[in-house]
Design a protein around this ligand. Structure first.
Ligand SMILES: NC(=O)c1ccc[n+]([C@@H]2O[C@H](COP(=O)([O-])OP(=O)(O)OC[C@H]3O[C@@H](n4cnc5c(N)ncnc54)[C@H](OP(=O)(O)O)[C@@H]3O)[C@@H](O)[C@H]2O)c1
Length: 278
C-alpha cells in the first residue's frame, strides 16, 4: 500500500549532468525523489548519498528509454508504489552531425528519448498528478528549440517539439491542479562530449552558459514559483528575444556556421539495404 501523504518528484536522466544537479536541488528543498536513469550509472549509491545528506527518501529505477516498453515500466513502478506530485522530464540526448553521417539508430534514439519519452511519460503520469492537491511538470527543452540548425537538424526539431508540447499542455491544464513549465538551457558543461562541443563553439559557446548547479537552482525555484517558460539567466533571455526577432534567413546560416565547428567530417555513412527494416 502506498503512503498517500508522502509525496515524491519523479526525475528522468538523474544520474549525471543537469538531472543529478536537479536531484540535489529538490532534495535540499526536502522533496523525496524517484530517480530514473540507464543501468550501471551508480543510482543506488547516489540514492544513499542523497538520503544521508538531505534526510529525504530517494528510490531509483534503471531503464533504457530506447526500449519500447521502458516508459510504461517507469510509470507503472512510480504509480503503483508512490504518490507523485512533481514530474521532471530531463533525460535527453543530442549531437552534432551532418545528416548523411547520421545512422538510422542515431536519429531514432533522439526521437525515442526526447520526443516519445517526454510526451508519453507525461500522459501516463497525468492521472497520478491530478490526484494530488498541487502538481508540477517540468520539461527540459533547450535554446535550440527556437531555431533550426544545420548539422544538428533532428535535435533542435526534437526540442522545438518539447517547447510546443509544453506550451500547449500548459494552456490545456490551466485552471487544474497541474502546472506545466518548460526550461530552455543555453550551454551547460555536463558530460565530456557536451563540454567538448561547447568549447569548439568558441565565443558563442560562452553566451548564456551556466553551471549544472546554477541551472538546477533556477529551474526548481522558477518551477515552484509557477513560471511557465523558464529562460535561465539574463543572457539567455536576451538570446531568446533575438531568436524571436531575427528571421530564419539571417539566424540560420550564422548559427549553423557556429555548430559546423563542432564536427570534423562531413563524410556520408553508407546505408545497407539490410539495415532498412520492412
Ligand atoms: N548540457 C547542455 O548544454 C544542454 C543544453 C540544453 C539542453 N540540455 C538538455 O538537458 C538535459 C540533460 O542534459 P545533460 O547535458 O545533463 O546530459 P547528460 O549529462 O548526458 O545527461 C542525460 C541524462 O539522460 C539520461 N539518458 C540518456 N539516454 C537515456 C536512455 N536511453 N534511457 C534512459 N536515460 C537516458 C542519462 O542517463 P545515464 O546517466 O544513465 O546515461 C543522463 O542521466 C537533456 O534533455 C538535454 O538535451 C542540455
Amino acid at each position: 500500500m502506498k503512503n498517500q501523504n508522502k509525496k515524491y518528484a519523479l526525475l528522468t536522466g538523474a544520474s549525471q549532468g543537469i538531472g543529478k544537479a536537479m536531484a540535489h536541488e529538490l532534495a535540499s528543498k526536502n522533496i523525496n525523489l524517484l530517480l530514473v536513469s540507464l543501468k550501471g550509472e551508480g543510482l543506488a549509491d547516489f540514492c544513499t548519498e542523497i538520503q544521508n545528506k538531505y534526510n529525504v527518501d530517494a528510490k531509483y529505477f534503471e531503464t533504457d528509454f530506447y526500449q519500447y516498453d521502458s516508459v510504461y515500466d517507469v510509470a507503472k513502478w512510480a504509480i503503483s508504489n508512490y504518490s507523485v506530485n512533481i514530474l521532471i522530464n530531463n533525460a535527453g540526448i543530442g549531437g552534432t552531425k551532418a545528416f548523411e553521417s547520421a545512422t538510422p539508430e542515431y536519429i531514432d534514439n533522439i526521437i525515442q528519448v526526447n520526443v516519445r519519452t517526454t510526451s508519453l511519460l507525461t500522459r501516463l503520469m497525468l492521472p497520478e498528478l491530478k490526484k494530488q492537491d498541487k502538481s508540477y511538470i517540468l520539461n527540459v527543452a533547450s535554446m535550440a528549440s527556437f531555431s533550426p540548425f544545420a548539422f544538428k537538424t533532428v535535435y533542435p526539431a526534437s526540442k522545438a517539439f518539447i517547447y510546443s508540447f509544453s506550451r500547449g499542455l500548459h494552456e490545456e491544464l490551466k485552471g487544474t491542479n497541474v502546472f506545466v513549465s518548460v526550461i530552455h538551457p543555453g550551454p551547460v558543461k555536463t558530460n565530456a562530449d557536451v563540454t567538448a562541443r561547447i568549447e569548439k563553439q568558441g565565443f558563442f559557446g560562452k553566451i548564456g552558459q551556466v553551471s549544472p548547479q546554477e541551472l538546477a537552482r533556477i529551474a526548481i525555484k522558477q518551477l515552484l514559483k509557477r513560471d511557465s517558460l523558464i529562460l535561465p539567466g539574463i543572457l539567455n533571455k536576451l538570446n531568446w528575444v533575438l531568436m524571436m526577432l531575427l528571421p530564419n534567413a539571417w539566424k540560420l546560416p550564422i548559427l549553423s556556421r557556429v555548430v559546423r565547428k563542432e564536427i570534423n567530417s562531413l563524410n556520408p555513412v553508407g546505408l545497407k539495404l539490410s539495415t532498412i527494416k520492412q
